[in-house]
Design a protein around this ligand. Structure first.
Ligand SMILES: Cc1ncc(COP(=O)(O)O)c(C=O)c1O
Length: 395
């Protein structure tokens, strides 16, 4: 038996999260695409069945009140809150990440001091954030400044209204320094919006602790909410009274059933709501979040780093030198929960890996992406992936 197999066995034996794997529907495939679509938690199908058959089928309209449908966006927001370091009452669930980027960014510009007319955006961001930032800039009469995250401190100034940043880069897996970038934005007198899609559920975020103004994130990656599950919006408590949503739908009204012609915003996180919540997806997400019972994000982070360290070690040992180049930073402080390997024939390599029961993904033009979800990926899986990768690369 190879040294790495023995090491994997030891690491699996001392893994405090090992039992969590049984709370997911998995098979013999090593699933390293949880950074795109998280695996299905065992509790979800039964809950969805109950929501559809009993709550909708039998209780019908009564479920809005008796079944807690109406308050689900805030209730589930409070369930996500500890995972991103937020006190209750600041997160509301609903809409897509893209829509929440729009609400947060326009809201941030409206909160900024008059005369500030620039939006700074991470030029390396997931494309939807950039597209929406461009539209938000046009709508608010701002100039858009796309720069790399490293360049952000250098372009901040008294014209900066808001800055939109990604906590973890979707392609390289690089973790950006949220505390120091947030502090730099604040020192310039501007507001910051963080996109947490690739960090929430994988590592500590510390929204309250670091004074983040607004944040958004999806729930279908490390939070395992299912395809198209609703996203969330965090508005820091201090800003909530002045948060002026660009999508003030009736669900965010102070008196939604008053049916008044004039808009009066609700207090608190509710102000981030728009229209009728997508209850089926939302309650599937609520069931999925139960896997977090008894788990701390710190434990998840420790295992995530151990998994990615071990993967890099196995790749170094098994894969012939020069065949792949790791584009994910080695330093723990700069690494999310994925490893991205550059390889000229990445598309074909990923197809072959999938054919052999190793599911990661391919990002154009030449990146193999492997996402490590500590709740259900083990060290034996990691050793197997590196071994199969080396075999495929040798073909
Ligand atoms: C950083 C980031 N932002 C936004 C999105 C997608 O947004 P939406 O949920 O609106 O599809 C993704 C999807 O992978 C993402 O990685």
């Amino acid at each position: 038996m190879s040294e790495q197999v023995t090491k994997a066995e030891k690491l699996d034996a001392s893994d405090v999260l090992a039992a969590k794997r049984a709370e997911f529907v998995l098979d013999d495939v090593v699933y390293l695409d949880g950074n795109s679509l998280g695996a299905l938690p065992v509790a979800v199908p039964g809950r969805v069945e109950d929501v559809v058959r009993r709550q909708w089928g039998e209780l019908r309209i009564r479920s809005w009140t008796e079944g807690g449908w109406w308050t689900a966006p805030e209730r589930i927001g409070d369930r996500i809150a500890p995972l991103v370091g937020a006190a209750p009452g600041q997160i509301v669930v609903g809409d897509s990440t893209s829509v929440n980027v729009f609400k947060a960014l326009v809201g941030a510009v409206r909160l900024a001091d008059a005369g500030r007319d620039e939006i700074v955006v991470d030029a390396t961001t997931f494309p939807t954030d950039g597209y929406i930032a461009e539209s938000a800039a046009r709508m608010t009469g701002c100039t858009l400044r796309p720069v790399t995250p490293a360049e952000v401190p250098g372009v901040l100034g008294d014209r900066t209204a808001a800055v939109l940043l990604n906590h973890v880069d979707y392609r390289t897996g690089r973790l950006h320094d949220l505390p120091s970038l947030t502090a730099a934005v604040h020192a310039a007198g501007a507001l910051v919006v963080w996109d947490l899609c690739h960090s929430a559920g994988a590592l500590p975020v510390g929204l309250d602790e670091h004074g983040v103004d607004l944040a958004v994130g999806c729930t279908y990656k490390y939070l395992n909410g299912g395809p198209g599950s609703p996203a969330y919006l965090y508005v820091r408590a201090e800003w909530q009274d002045r948060f002026d949503s660009p999508l003030p739908g009736w669900n965010s009204h102070a008196e939604p059933f008053g049916m008044r012609p004039d808009y009066a915003p609700a207090a608190g996180a509710v102000r981030g709501r728009v229209g009728t919540p997508d209850i089926l997806s939302m309650l599937a997400l609520e069931a999925a979040l139960e896997v977090w019972d008894g788990v701390t994000v710190e434990e998840v982070r420790a295992k995530s780093l151990a998994l990615t360290d071990f993967f890099l070690e196995c790749v170094e040992e098994y894969v012939p030198g020069g065949r792949v180049e790791c584009v994910t930073p080695r330093a723990h402080g700069e690494r999310g929960s994925q490893v991205a390997l550059r390889c000229p024939d990445a598309g074909v390599v990923m197809e072959r890996l999938i054919g052999r029961g190793v599911v990661g993904d391919f990002r154009r033009p030449d990146v193999l992406r492997f996402g490590f979800t500590p709740l259900y990926v083990g060290f034996g899986d990691v050793e197997r992936v590196a071994r199969v990768l080396a075999e495929v690369l040798a073909e």
